[in-house]
Ligand binder design. Structure first.
Ligand code: AVJ
Length: 316
């Protein structure tokens, strides 16, 4: 659970901006996490399927890359581990000495760690409950992982697309500091592509993405005592080509005001809350960003349709 206080503060601050905005990390309460899993199964939503196909096809090469430092044991750190489906593949192939899943959802973290413990009884698992967008103290646990191990950060799912390029730069720098001079990073990045394909992925016919977006208002009502009338807002997602990103918004259908505790927010008709950015990168564009943060793009893997990429970065 995210502390309710920071949720409240972030919501009040975001709705006070000239362009109202809410951080996408708050999508993932229990209902939001279920809706996101449903999104991942939609025929229009290609990223999850593409990344999994890529992992299955290239796992041997990916594991060789991650273990490349030779005999030193690997500590695999995963940001936003969630249900850890792709990590299972990676752990099987790489056989790290230690696995450090980091997630803001305590429940997801616990159940994933429990499953992995059963599956890999000799793996040293150190679950860290926290927000990976802030500097983290990674506890270095027992055994081989204590100090000698090579640190490899695994950041799948194109979650990095939620950050602006400036934020992504700072985040990559922080990660570079975390893995040290012999470290590496595996990062999943969604690729720039035909705008129609992107549009369909964020405007699915069944309205699951719309429900996922709207759930943020329901969560504010439930957890912060807000009085959003959900029927007075609609989901809006479009590809902002000059910015290279999908933007998700919730648009007010009428002039209205909304109360959250002692705060009141006025909405004009057509005014929106910007709820998410999902940046898309070319291979070279992402490599240039990584290079500016102290990582050399050594490897890149794609799925068969070249919709999604996994970058193998080494400390430079
Ligand atoms: C989890 C951030 C990768 O940007 O595609 C899916 C979230 N939003 N549909 C994405 C999301 C709407 C997703 N990420």
């Amino acid at each position: 659970m995210v502390p309710a206080d920071s949720f409240r503060e972030d919501v009040i601050a975001g709705l006070s901006l000239p362009q109202k905005a809410l951080p996408p990390k708050y999508f993932y309460d229990a209902k939001g996490s279920r809706l996101f899993e449903a999104i991942c199964r939609l025929k229009e939503y290609y990223p999850t399927r593409s990344e999994l196909a890529l992992m299955r096809a290239c796992i041997g090469d990916i594991a060789r890359f991650a273990g490349a430092a030779g005999s030193a044991a690997v500590t695999l750190i995963e940001y936003g581990s969630g249900e850890s489906m792709k990590s299972r593949l990676l752990i099987e192939a790489l056989r790290p000495a230690a696995y450090v899943p980091v997630d803001i959802s305590d429940d997801a973290l616990r159940s994933a760690a429990a499953k992995l413990r059963r599956r890999f009884p000799r793996l040293d698992i150190l679950a860290v409950h926290g927000d990976f967008s802030r500097p983290l103290k990674i506890p270095m646990g027992a055994g081989a992982s204590a100090s000698s191990g090579r640190r490899v950060v695994y950041f799948p799912g194109s979650t990095i697309g939620n950050l602006t390029p400036e934020e992504a730069h700072a985040f990559l720098r922080m990660t570079r500091g975390q893995v040290g001079p012999s470290g590496a990073m595996l990062v999943g990045v969604d690729l720039t592509k035909d705008a129609n394909v992107l549009h369909a992925a964020y405007n699915d016919a069944r309205g699951i993405t719309a429900a996922f977006n709207m759930n943020l208002l329901a969560r504010i009502n439930r957890e912060l005592g807000g009085d959003f009338r959900l029927q007075c807002f609609r989901h809006y997602a479009f590809y902002n080509a000059p910015m290279g990103r999908i933007e998700m918004h919730l648009v007010s259908l009428v002039p209205q005001s909304v109360n959250i505790g002692d705060y009141r927010f006025a909405f004009g008709k057509g005014e929106s809350i910007h709820t998410e950015n999902s940046y898309k990168y070319s291979i070279d564009g992402f490599r240039a960003l990584a290079a500016s943060a102290g990582f050399r793009g050594e490897k890149v893997w794609l799925d068969g349709k070249a919709l999604f990429s996994l970058h193998g970065l080494v400390a430079d």
